[in-house]
Design a protein around this ligand. Structure first.
Ligand code: GLC
Length: 445
């Protein structure tokens, strides 16, 4: 009975092929012309090459776009080694869902504190990782198209996000920062690994949200208005999280997906992201378990508090519950929330097994959908034989089986592929510094 309910999360090989085909259609449409109708926007990043090793110096980097906000000072040395200092700040709901002034004032306060704490006197070039859909007009400007991942600060959509940051710096009388590059986290991740990995054509984030970027030939981008003879390549930020908004995933979505969508702040948006990323997987497991309990298939029909309320079951729990081979149920039973309260103490052995199966079904589907996306991209650039994918994000790093399941799914689709997934540790921060380095050099020339 339980297995019957979980069948709705199965994605077959044919299913993955179909998703890859539809996604490719969206990639092509998104690149076609300025005003296209694709759900996948394919934004031009104005980053034209991977780092070549000449990027040295001291930079600041900001990383805004997940559950934490970070300020970093990064020193790139001649020998390619990197030294960094980081300050991390948890972003509370009131900061991200109020107004843009509240959000950016907070950002500016953190930067001011960091500069004071580290005694930074000189004006440092700053790389700004802003991981939301931004339609860039240049390396230092871009309009926010929409918020994603639960952010909803009023007054930012439709505005230049670099200007919003500079305005906040002015309000806080912060003079010694020079924003030289605006970067998406995918691009930062690709750039951070690109040094020393010339086959690194793709950047991938599997964290709170999901998205990918890749190096495209400008001759394949009809909407590219720059000088194609000067710039043969440019990184494209796909914003693939929005895939599915035009119904492309309707026959793969189930009742749980619909239910989850209804409860989100961004209803009907980011469908692919909602099926894959860390912001949503916990809630998806909760909804399935809630349903199983009401059908008396779990916990003898007794509702546990962790399944009762929206977003109470965190995505991090999936990583903990799925650890090991499933034979040791004591770890599941002793799972605690942030307040050290046991959340599954009332579940018996069978219940624990079922909860683990639910987690597996939900995260396996996510891994297979993400795999279809990577295969689609790699096929598009004809690099199936050899391609390094730079990956970062909490889901990828913390989930015990996500990576292996993705690799297995890619192998189903392309048995002889040469796709290698490599962790680009802290790509958003270091990558932003890399792009800042290139931009700063160009500015001085
Ligand atoms: C969301 C954002 C995107 C970002 C991704 C991963 O999809 O819209 O810009 O890259 O999350 O953080």
């Amino acid at each position: 009975m339980v297995e019957e309910a979980l069948k709705q999360f199965n994605v077959t090989k044919d299913g993955m092929e179909e998703i890859a085909k539809r996604l490719t259609g969206c990639f092509v449409e998104g690149l076609s012309k300025e005003k296209h109708n694709s759900s996948v926007k394919m934004f031009i990043t104005y980053v034209h090459s991977l780092p070549d090793g000449s990027e040295v110096g001291e930079y600041l980097a900001l990383d805004l776009g997940g559950s934490n906000f970070r300020v970093l000072k990064i020193i790139i040395k001649d020998d390619g080694t990197i030294e960094q200092k980081v300050a991390k700040e948890k972003l509370t709901k009131d900061k991200i869902t109020s107004t843009q002034e509240v959000l950016f004032d907070h950002v500016a306060d953190c930067v001011a504190e960091f500069i004071a704490e580290h005694g930074i006197k000189e004006t440092l070039p700053l790389g700004y990782t802003f991981s939301f859909p931004v339609d860039q007009q240049s390396l230092t400007s871009g309009v926010l198209v929409r918020w994603t991942k639960g952010f909803d600060a009023d007054g930012a959509v439709g505005k230049d996000v670099v200007q919003l940051l500079i305005d906040a710096f002015k309000r806080k009388k912060l003079a010694n920062v020079d924003v030289v590059a605006l970067v998406n986290d995918t691009t930062g991740t690709q750039m951070a690994l690109g040094l020393g990995n010339p086959d690194c054509y793709v950047g991938l984030i599997l964290g709170t949200g999901t998205n990918a970027c890749y190096m495209e030939e400008t001759s394949n981008i009809p909407k590219y208005t720059g000088d194609k003879s000067k710039n043969s390549h440019v990184i494209i930020n796909c914003e693939w999280g929005a895939f599915g908004e035009k119904g492309e995933l309707d026959d793969f979505r189930n009742k749980v997906d619909e239910e989850l969508d209804k409860g989100a702040v961004n209803v009907k948006e980011q469908q692919y992201e909602k099926m894959i990323s860390g912001k949503y997987l916990g809630e998806m497991v909760r909804l399935v378990c809630y349903d199983l309990i009401t059908k008396k298939l779990l916990c003898g029909g007794k509702m546990l508090p962790v399944f009762e309320e929206r977003e109470k079951f965190e995505s991090a729990y999936l990583s903990m519950i799925e650890q090991g081979d499933g034979s040791d149920l004591s770890k599941i039973k002793s799972l605690k929330d942030n307040n050290e309260v046991s959340i599954l103490a009332d579940a018996n052995d069978d219940d624990c097994r079922i909860i683990r199966r639910v987690c597996e079904a939900v995260s396996t589907r996510a891994a297979r959908l993400a795999a279809a996306g990577i295969v689609a991209l790699v096929r598009k650039i004809k690099k199936v034989d050899k391609c390094t994918v730079a990956v970062d994000g909490s889901l990828y790093k913390l989930h015990p089986h996500f990576k292996d399941r993705m690799i297995a799914a890619m192998k189903e689709m392309e048995p002889n592929n040469g796709i290698v997934m490599k962790l680009s540790e802290d790509g958003s921060g270091r990558g932003a510094a890399m792009v800042a380095a290139v931009a700063h050099r160009m500015k001085k020339q």
